[in-house]
Design a binder for this molecule. Structure first.
Ligand code: ADP
Ligand code: F6P
Length: 472
């Protein structure tokens, strides 16, 4: 077994096998913030990525991607149902997102979560060199740091949670809350998106495990586990360069023309997820059309909603409801050749996404709760001419960093309608000033700065930064 000095462990690999319409097998990256964030970092770095390839059955052997070795962990159909769709996405995901859908608790799911976490820990222990750095990602694998430390005490272990970490009132619902906290504490450093999440975690370990904890450190026997906020970001320069490419500019012009050269284009790009506030946004838009504040001929809404976690009931219900509502709105307010909403469920390549960002006069990012929301940051990075208005939910992690956006509470329907109208009618000088400030922030705080700050905290003055490309 070939071993690496840097191992990233994440539920999903950065490539996914999918069947092309002609029946051929092709490889592509799956939409989602985690892969978008880590891809630019690892592209130039020799490392191993331990993860799941997206199917069931024996683990396929995958080719290296750039300098990253793919080490596949197999999931059976029971693991898929009980670990990925069950404990990860029907217990933890809704619980961590303010319980906007009801979290479900089943003992069988917890058993699968333990089993799969154990398998990931064993696979990681096999591929990590002596003294290697292991970087465990996200809520699917919260037991891995603890399990891995038992197997390989020589490793330096970091854990990063991409999603929100909930307040004690919610987390305390979890039947196996103590085990989950102990699992995370196997890491040397636990990173969260926001300082509030680190605070929630410190309160919980003090209360549930009776450990000494501040918002920066937790004492675990003779070890100190550091905790803190490390807001994840994007490769700002890369997105700006892509958006500035002449072919992308030409594609943007074509797209705008195909939309009928309207006065205003509103864009939303989401995974089809109930945390993203898609239904609330459609309702607001529909009421603005009904009241005549927005007219189909002047304004178009482009809603990209790529299907996600499609076998989970709550996601199926959401998709049905969204599609019914889009159909109703188009039936009621559209005209021949002029739909009120352009609704797209396809995955797009980065250049097409950049072209879409370029045509969006208003980008509506209105999740009910989101760890960060990289789409908001990608939009800002793509606005190379400093135009464009970002309508951003207060409940996205990105809001803490981008206060110049038009911030909105997506639960407040009247407020959402009002903010959308304000964004559509914003004064161009004000729009430019806000966009410029947000772009400057993202140029300073890009994904390379994120990796530098996380790894130097994990490192404690050592040489970890040599492991990874943090300069772009
Ligand atoms: P999440 O992690 O919840 O999916 P983020 O907004 O943080 O949310 O990240 C979503 C990522 O997926 C972004 O990098 C975005 O560009 C990408 N993405 C979203 N929709 C699509 C799509 N239709 N095709 C390709 N990539 C997409
Ligand atoms: O951060 C949230 C997250 O679960 C990421 O781990 C992943 O990139 C994204 O959402 C997509 O989810 P899934 O891997 O379930 O398709």
């Amino acid at each position: 077994m070939r071993q690496s000095s840097l191992v990233v462990v994440a539920n999903r690999l950065p490539i996914d096998d999918s069947v092309a319409p002609d029946g051929a097998c092709e490889w592509r990256s799956s939409p989602g913030g985690l892969v978008s964030a880590l891809h630019p970092l690892l592209r130039h770095t020799p490392a191993t990525w331990v993860g799941w390839a997206g199917g069931t059955g024996p683990a396929p052997a995958l080719p290296d991607v750039d300098r990253v070795r793919m080490h596949t962990v197999p999931l059976s159909s029971e693991d898929l149902r009980d670990h990925y769709e069950g404990f990860a996405n029907s217990t933890l995901w809704p619980l961590y997102h303010d319980a906007v859908e009801q979290p479900e608790y089943h003992r069988r799911w917890w058993e699968a979560y333990q089993r799969v976490n154990q398998r990931f820990a064993e696979a990681t222990a096999e591929v990590a060199e002596r003294g290697a750095v292991v970087w465990v990602q996200d809520y699917h694998l919260q037991l891995v740091p603890g399990l891995l430390r038992e197997l390989r005490p020589d490793l330096r272990i970091g854990f990063f949670l991409h999603v929100p970490f909930p307040p004690p009132e919610l987390f305390m619902q979890l039947p196996r809350r103590a085990e989950l906290l102990r699992g995370m504490l196997g890491a040397d450093l636990i990173g969260f998106q926001r300082a509030q999440a680190a605070h929630n975690f410190a309160q919980l370990v003090a209360k549930v495990l009776d450990l000494p904890a501040t918002d920066r450190r937790v004492g675990v026997g003779d070890r100190v586990v550091r905790i803190g906020a490390f807001p994840v970001s994007i490769d700002t320069a890369e997105m700006a360069a892509l958006a500035g490419r002449p072919d992308v500019a030409a594609r943007a012009r074509r797209l705008r023309h195909d939309l009928g050269d309207p006065d205003h284009v509103i864009l939303s790009v989401d995974r089809m997820d109930y945390t993203k506030g898609i239904e609330q946004r459609l309702k607001a838009y529909s009421e603005l059309l009904a009241s005549g504040h927005v007219k189909v001929r002047d304004t178009v809404l482009v809603q990209v909603a790529v299907p996600s976690r499609e076998r989970v009931t709550q996601y199926q219900i959401l998709r049905d409801r969204v599609e019914r509502e889009v159909g109703r709105i188009n039936g009621e307010f559209g005209r021949v050749g002029e739909p009120a909403i352009h609704y797209l469920t396809q995955p797009f390549d980065r250049a097409e996404l950049a072209a879409l960002y370029r045509i969006a006069d208003v980008m509506a990012v209105t999740p009910l709760r989101d760890g960060m929301n990289l789409v908001a940051k990608e939009y800002v990075a793509a606005r190379v001419d400093d135009t464009g208005t970002l309508l951003l939910s207060e409940f996205a992690g990105a809001a803490a960093e981008l206060p110049q956006a038009y911030l909105v509470n997506p639960h407040d329907l009247e407020g959402l309608k009002q903010k959308l109208l304000t964004a559509l009618q914003a004064d161009p000088a004000d729009v430019t000033a806000r966009m410029r400030a947000m772009r400057e922030h993202l140029h300073r705080n890009d994904i390379h700065a994120w990796a530098r700050s996380y790894l130097s905290a994990l490192d404690d003055g050592g040489s970890l930064l040599n492991h990874i490309s943090t300069t772009g």
